[in-house]
Design a protein around this ligand. Sequence first.
Ligand SMILES: [Cu+2]
Length: 201
Amino acid sequence: MKNLVLVSMLLISSNSFMEDMREEAISERISSFASVCLSTDDCGIETSGPGYKVAINNNTSAAPSTANKVKLSEGNVHEVKMLNAGEDGSMVFEPAVIKVSVGDTVNFVLVDPMHNSASLPNMIPSNASSWNGAINENISVTFDTEGVYVYNCTPHAMMAMIGVIQVGEAVNLNEIQSAASSLKSTFVMNQERLDEYLSRL
Ligand SMILES: [Cu+2]
């Protein structure tokens, strides 16, 4: 079993000599096809080998992974860019998924023209204030109510130009997920985008 881990690590590392070799960085890279821990760790993995315990994922594409989970953004003021193209494709907010603390402010910054940021009805916590920025306008929103917020860009709503903000704990995630399925049906492209974004919470 140890050899298997070493082979896996070599395969992954072969792309670069400068790979991050910290333990958590290694486990993040191999988590899509195997879970591994030291044999002395109480990690829930039964299989044991010399020094390591390894559980191979049967279906690597559906493997549960924490690698894509969004981390709490540091500071109390955060920036989300409104872009024609970014890491997640065309017509995107970036970062599209952000996790902040109660009382934090998010500045939506217009990088390319013809975008705005507007919260979606039924997709913010109850009692939270909605917002509706004008097209071509930067807007600042302060979040005093805990929960998950979904917003979009009005001109590019059908292209799934959406974003997700988690403020504190995701206390209303179930409500958001059921509202997401009907919102999804209004997208003419990037239909999986919202599910993918919500999976990062
Ligand atoms: Cu837009």
